[in-house]
Design a protein around this ligand. Structure first.
Ligand code: GLN
Length: 207
């Protein structure tokens, strides 16, 4: 079975582990560099990005996760995980993995609407949708969410809110969502991630 690591330093990791078990993958809690051995992919969950970044530095995880990305392993950051993956976060200094060509704005939706939900269109999910899910919007839960202020040329924008804010993007083997797909019953994003993992494993077998 495909083994997927979920960074388990702080935040919403249990929810990701639960969903992975329903979509045919084995979720593995990652707290130390040795936990990354033998994984086919990694999820960096939501939480508080400064805390997670500091803990990742303390436990020596920054270098090994960057190496995983450089080796083409599929890595997905949700919310705080997206912040950690970004190359630049506007206006703040905090430890980052800094491996995805994105500029991110933390807590972008202001205090009065710290949390909200929106039905968004994510065309790439069509490829993993069952017939009854086809053309359904994805119900996205935003919790003190960041937005992606800009992306590099190679980055594919996967979804925007109706005001144009970028909330999901892919850069080759790296995936980022500003919202929390693990908090709804819709498993399409997890299936899309596993499809990225399967494609990458097939490509590395062929070379
Ligand atoms: N506001 C958090 C941060 O900036 C992210 C929130 C989340 O992951 N739900 O780190």
């Amino acid at each position: 079975m495909t083994r997927i690591g979920v960074l388990a330093l702080q935040g919403a990791f249990i929810e990701h582990l639960k969903i992975l078990s329903t979509v045919g993958a084995e979720g593995v809690e990652v707290r130390l560099p040795q936990d990354l051995t033998g994984l086919s992919g990694l999820i960096i969950p939501g939480g508080e990005s400064t805390t997670v970044g500091k803990l990742a530095v303390t436990y020596g995880l920054i270098g090994p996760i960057r190496e995983m990305a450089q080796h083409g392993k599929v890595i997905w950051g949700t919310c705080a995980g997206l912040i950690l993956m970004a190359r630049t976060v506007e206006g703040v200094e905090q430890p980052l993995l800094g491996m995805m060509d994105l500029v991110v704005r933390r807590n972008a939706f202001g205090r009065q609407v710290e949390s909200f939900e929106a039905d968004i269109s994510v065309p790439v999910l069509g490829a993993v949708s069952e017939p009854e899910e086809k053309n359904h919007p994805f119900h996205a839960v935003f919790i003190r969410a960041p937005l992606i202020a800009s992306v590099g040329d190679a980055v594919q924008i996967l979804s925007r809110l109706s005001d144009g804010s970028i909330v999901a993007a892919r850069d080759g083997n790296l995936l980022a969502t500003a919202f929390h797909p693990e908090l709804t019953g819709d498993t399409r994003f997890h299936r899309y991630f596993l499809q990225m993992v399967a494609e990458r494993e097939e490509a590395s077998r062929d070379t």
